[in-house]
Design a protein around this ligand. Structure first.
Ligand code: AMP
Length: 380
């Protein structure tokens, strides 16, 4: 039996533990919140990520460590890595935590990114806006997720407001200004690299966000094969360069046939949740196979899938479960605005059947707006 330590005890840790039981894995999660939802399905230790006594006790209880949460201090990951194998490596984690380091890596690998500039002062911000233009987005360099720590600048008058909203309220954090990309599609590659360098990618996924948070994913994304091949190649070159072990996601914007990399997530990813029912082996199973040094599982899709995120509160599952091919995931979290509390995946054998099923889900739950664009895409 392999004992797996997970830094972070949220829904990703919870789904890892559920996928790991058949592989004989046993889990210990570490989270700052004693009530984190992963603790409902596996052992959970409550501690600060910087508490070295707690990290020492955690390391003594497990055979390897992985992450559900990428904002664990990189120093803590490095400290653990001296005591127990940590996957992905603290270096991969450090690159993915820093928007400038990850974009710099993408560019070194020949992967396009939106224009960007580091911003550490109000005068830097003025210079960056002059260089990059408007509209643009100011983001915290670190610790951002789900659209948090972002401010959209539309006109020069927004500069001071953006500066006070981000720099001052985030304790004078380093920032980055990015060109706003009027993308045609948002896409993500969810892929896995094993300890031996074996690499597999899931079919490309198309994503729609609402207020900076993922709302719906569709897989496989219906895009041209050369574009798919380029996206998968980008993911592979990032993973190989970092010597990455485990599942990760590369988020891309598509504009005029070009791909621009937004960011990478060094962990299982929300846009890969459809793989639980919609692929031969799920991203959670494959992450565990990778970190445990086992052969990777088949990443092929089983038909077409759509994943709907439940943000803030859960709809009535009984109303949705009568839709054929629908699978429900309640994370066991309390309702709170902007919080991911669950998701549903709808799987079907064809795009048209999936469109019909989504129509039924939207109607049953009063969520027509959430499913509308995906239905139009599926019906072509
Ligand atoms: P992020 O936290 O960087 O993944 O941003 C969350 C979401 O905001 C993305 O998925 C996009 O929908 C949007 N977004 C972020 N950066 C940009 C950008 N440079 N141009 C256009 N939209 C963006």
């Amino acid at each position: 039996m392999t004992r797996i330590g997970v830094l972070g005890g949220g829904q990703l840790a919870r789904m890892l533990a559920l996928a790991g039981a058949p592989l004989g894995a046993k889990f210990l999660m570490l989270d700052t919140d004693a009530g984190a939802c992963g603790g409902q399905v596996a052992a959970l230790m409550q501690a600060d990520y910087r508490d070295l006594d707690a990290l020492g006790r955690f390391a003594a209880e497990v055979d390897l460590v992985t992450f559900d949460f990428e904002n664990v201090p990189a120093d803590s990951a490095a400290w653990l890595a001296e005591r127990v194998p940590v996957f992905p490596s603290p270096r991969a984690l450090a690159v993915a935590q820093d928007r400038i380091a990850e974009k710099t890596l993408f560019r070194q690998l020949g992967i396009g990114t939106p224009a960007f500039a580091a911003v550490d002062s109000l005068s830097d911000l003025h210079a960056a806006v002059a260089a990059i233009g408007l509209p643009s987005i100011l983001k915290t360099r670190r610790l951002g997720y789900d659209g948090k720590g972002q401010f959209r600048l539309r006109q020069p008058q927004d500069i001071e407001a953006a500066w006070s909203a981000l720099a001052q309220s985030h304790d004078h954090a380093s920032l980055v200004l990015e060109a706003f990309v009027p993308f045609e599609r948002e896409l993500s590659v969810v892929a896995v690299r094993g300890r031996s360098g074996e690499f597999r990618s899931y079919p490309l996924t198309r994503n729609w966000h609402h207020e900076g948070i993922l709302s719906l994913s569709l897989a496989p994304a219906n895009v041209d094969e050369p574009l798919v091949a380029r996206a998968l190649q980008h993911a592979r070159s990032v993973a190989d360069e970092l010597g990455y072990v485990g599942v990760f996601a590369l988020e891309l914007f598509e504009l005029g046939g070009e791909l621009l990399a937004n960011e990478m997530a060094p962990r299982v990813h929300n846009s890969g949740h459809w793989t639980i029912e919609g692929a031969v082996s799920s991203q959670f199973e494959n992450h565990l196979r990778a970190v445990m040094g086992l052969p990777l599982g088949d990443t092929a899709s089983r038909g077409c899938s759509a994943m709907l995120n439940w943000i803030g509160d859960l709809p009535d599952c009984a109303a949705a479960l009568s839709v054929p091919g629908l699978h429900w995931h309640d994370y066991g979290k309390s309702a709170r605005p902007g919080r991911k509390v669950g998701h549903a995946t709808v799987r079907a054998d064809s795009a048209l059947q999936l469109a019909d099923a989504l129509q039924a889900v939207g109607g049953a739950l009063g969520r027509q707006a959430q499913v509308e664009t995906a239905i139009q895409t599926l019906r072509g």
